[in-house]
Write a protein that binds this ligand. Sequence first.
Ligand SMILES: [Zn+2]
Length: 305
Amino acid sequence: MTYNLIKEKLDNGKLVILDGAMGSELEKKGAKMDKDLWCGTCSVEFPELVTKVHEEYISAGADIITTNTYACTPISMKNYGLEKSIEEFNQKSVQVAKKAIKNSKKNIALAGSVSASGSFYRLGIDAMIPGFKKQIKILKEEGVDLIILEAMSSQADIVQTMIECSYKINIPVWLSISCVIDDKTKNVMLGYNDTVDSPPEVYENFEKSLNRFSKLHKGPILIAHSDVDVTGKAIEIAKKNFNGILGAYPNTGYYEKPHWKFADNFTPGDYLKYAKSWSNSGVQIIGGCCGLGVAEIKAISVLKE
Ligand SMILES: [Zn+2]
């Protein structure tokens, strides 16, 4: 468990493979999803299954696996009356992932997922800061090799706050953000589009956001939880506006409460074609978000050769 191998690959222009979706893979194995925290409770309630999913991603070729902590944000857990379990859920998520790495006997890095889940803009930025800092601290102390700020579906001010909360932690910090196309202007914007029957949430212009974030964050920026076509457009903009390393872990399908619905017509081979074109254009970190699981990660891992 070390970041050195990842750093070496990135420094040498090589491709690093991330893991893919966690919740849907757990559901396939029979894990029960929580009505509030979705798969966030599984590290405590179904630890063996979470370890198994991590192991499958390692076997599929992932160089980095990510803790199952996206939904375990202090702000969200407090909101659902689980304040006393914040440490336990986040620590346990690191432990079950570490177990998978140990079992694999491979040099795999562990990323701690710090998210903005439950951090709604109307709450005010000040209300979010203690939660971001707390989740980063717990994951770091439990021994993750890097932090991924999964700022997907968030306004630019929230993303900026997450970056600021990650200063001085002395382990690498990656940033992931989601993008949508503004129907009116056709510009790539920060935002998200999860459901088929409601319009996308559209925030700040992506190029403007990138210029803002790049002053604060030099580490990798990843386009995540975005449609594959939007991801491609965002990558082109990012190449012109950000000098650091770029990554992508997009979506397929859409959310229909309480489950992510898969796009049946999108195959692992289709994803390989997208991933190949991004890799050829210089993107160095590729994985999967909602709807892209073990089969897709296995398909794209051939690009490492
Ligand atoms: Zn997603």
